[in-house]
Design a binder for this molecule. Sequence first.
Ligand code: GLY
Length: 350
Amino acid sequence: MKCREIRDSFLGFFAERGHLIMPGAPLVTDDPTTLFTVAGMQPYIAAFRGEEKPPAPRVAGIQKCARMGDLERVGRSATHHTFFEMLGNFSFGDYFKQGAIEYAWEYVVDVLGIPREDLWITVFQDDDEAERLWHEHIGVPLQRIVRLGRGENWWPQERWEGPCGPCTEIHLDFGPGVGCGRPDCSPACECNRFVELWNLVFQMYTEAPDGTLTELPAPGVDTGMGLERLAMILQGKRFSAETDEMWRIIERTIAIARDEWGRELSYGADPEVDVALRVICDHARGAAMITADGIAPTNEGAGYVLRRFLRRAYRFGLDLGASGPFMYKLLPTVAEVMGEAYPELRERQE
Ligand code: GLY
């Protein structure tokens, strides 16, 4: 499935199951705690807290997100990006653990056709109910269900005062031939054998700075599945930057290198060239999305991140032989490939 087909399929699946499809929020937030929208649930914080009426008891959507914590891993890791798209479904006091698990499994196994024997599950260490649902209700063998602690199966990983709760994740297993090869390898392992596909958060609490948990007025569901990873799996690629939309940006960079820098780059021949191409691709997407939200390069805030993307991409470009500024030549390609899903890229291209 192409990225476009994945977006349509995900939203269609949840629309058919009574979810109101919501447009995403801007990437650059007015939330004083984060520069960028970091998760699909962020526009719904007040709704989870019971301070605002949710748009509907169940909603779904695709959210533009950016996280800077992984900046140094971009290009080297198969799956990390600064800018990414988060597919998510949300329940505000409507369905809870069972509904979230049933929908996720049905979508991944029945709709996407990912073999069930390739899927592993992680649950929060104390969450007997989630483990029971996966094992007894869905039929996942206990050997493929792993209990993990606060660092992995609690959302968010870093303490904040917003909604939080235990989560359960669906991981794809690339098989024992990939990664560390240890017989006890599991999604708890840091090797590349497993990739986290979908995080289902059971939003139940808010947490005070001293760690005290207060129950939300009604438990809710908040799920997040990265479109880029899903596309990587469905398109059989080793890096998410090799999937159809990002690949067009990489191809455009290779064409610029050939036509304007006199360099013949070929992806797959030199790992450092590949890293540079993937970094440039990531930063071109992030720069386009920040700019489309009306931000210009500055010395602070989101404008500083934009400036950093431009500078960093240019530095990687120099390693490839760049002979002048080139990022502005990639932005029309970003608008072309992502403009249907994000019309602001085309509307604000000038
Ligand atoms: N809020 C769920 C996630 O970002 O994974």
